[in-house]
Design a protein around this ligand. Structure first.
Ligand SMILES: *Cc1c(COP(=O)(O)O)cnc(C)c1O
Length: 331
């Protein structure tokens, strides 16, 4: 059951471990195994590394010398791209969305972008709404001065990038076969945060292809129904065109109930949950993605469920937002 055959670079530190903690079962309410994709690397770590193994291989095979991508001011995807592009001998241009340039003090992910010498261009939310066109404009500008740009969409989410998560489910299937961390033969559910949809597309396809879970659940951290249903269907179509033996149907549901007040802003309960998980188990969540997703799971999971939660990373964003965490009443 191998599927993706496209060229990829070895950039991630794999397999990522399965983490199990009795107290986490209590807090979440099912039997929970955490797939530690927050440990897929060094400063580049997180879910984007798996996508970039394919995307940067493609960039290199096209002879690119500069990678253009985009995200929020604290984008984990942009940071991973900046670091790994440098590893591969390329520079990066990052279009980062911010309402106030004052937010752009180099902290967290933005600090790491600058540290590896990424070229940061700040864009307004209105400009960001046209991000795909904007990136093509930048690519044209770079080509005019003799550079060879390669454009990566927001979150590394296209069909090619999502193949990284098809592979992740193959990796998980080997861990299940080995009974790692007392894992069952098959999970009832694999759950994860959904931000730009590439992880969801890859996990849904990979979980069906490799038979690791009966169902896949993406917990949205932004946007409204049915945005991800449409987006993920499009990505699944692209992925299947690249890798023909992927299954035609890939069961996936998206829950929109735990997005909180806005992208990047958790509710008080969600932050309280982040603190409780950290202080009870030592598992550290991030406030933008994994805290919302695991909190959501705790509201949905039932005792009998055997669940795999994918920890997709995001710690630099937590460090950049430490003031918010420290001002919570539970601190
Ligand atoms: C990008 C990201 C996600 C969401 O993944 P998508 O493939 O964009 O949906 C989840 N968690 C973290 C920490 C991320 O950086």
């Amino acid at each position: 059951m191998t599927a993706p055959s496209r060229a990829k670079l070895r950039l991630a530190n794999l397999p990522t471990p399965l983490f199990r903690h009795a107290a986490l079962d209590e807090i979440v309410g099912g039997q929970v195994w955490v797939k530690r994709d927050d440990m897929s690397g060094g400063v580049e770590t997180g879910n984007k590394v798996r996508k970039l193994e394919y995307l940067l291989a493609d960039a290199r095979s096209q002879g690119a010398d500069v990678v253009v991508t985009c995200g929020g001011i604290q984008s984990n995807h942009c940071r991973a791209t900046a670091v790994l592009a440098r590893n591969c001998g390329m520079r990066s241009v990052l279009l980062l969305r911010t309402t106030e340039p004052a937010q752009a003090t180099p902290r967290g992910n933005l600090f790491l972008d600058a540290l590896v010498g990424a070229e940061v261009r700040l864009v307004t939310p209105a400009e960001y709404a046209r991000r795909d066109t904007l990136m093509l404009d930048v690519a044209r500008e770079l080509r005019r001065v003799g550079e060879k740009p390669y454009v990566i969409p927001e979150g590394g989410s296209n069909g090619l990038g999502s193949l990284g998560y098809v592979d992740a489910m193959g990796e998980l299937s080997a861990q299940l076969a080995a009974g790692e961390a007392g894992a069952p033969a098959r999970f009832d559910l694999v759950a994860f945060a959904c931000g730009s949809g590439g992880t969801a597309a890859g996990v849904a396809l990979g979980a069906a292809h490799h038979g690791v879970a009966a169902a896949a659940l993406g917990i949205a951290v932004c946007d409204q129904a049915p945005y991800f249903e449409d987006k993920v269907a499009e990505l699944i179509g692209e992925a299947r065109a690249l890798s023909r033996d992927l299954p035609a149907s890939a069961p996936l549901s998206i829950d929109y109930a735990f997005r909180g007040p806005a992208y990047g802003i958790p509710t008080d309960e969600q932050l309280s949950f982040l603190l409780r998980v950290a202080r009870t188990t030592g598992l550290v969540l991030d406030p933008v993605y994994t805290c919302k997703a695991l909190y959501g799971l705790s509201q949905l999971a039932t005792r009998s469920d055997k669940v795999c939660f994918i920890h997709t990373g995001g710690h630099p964003g937590l460090l950049a937002d430490s003031a918010r965490v420290c001002s919570h009443p539970d601190w």
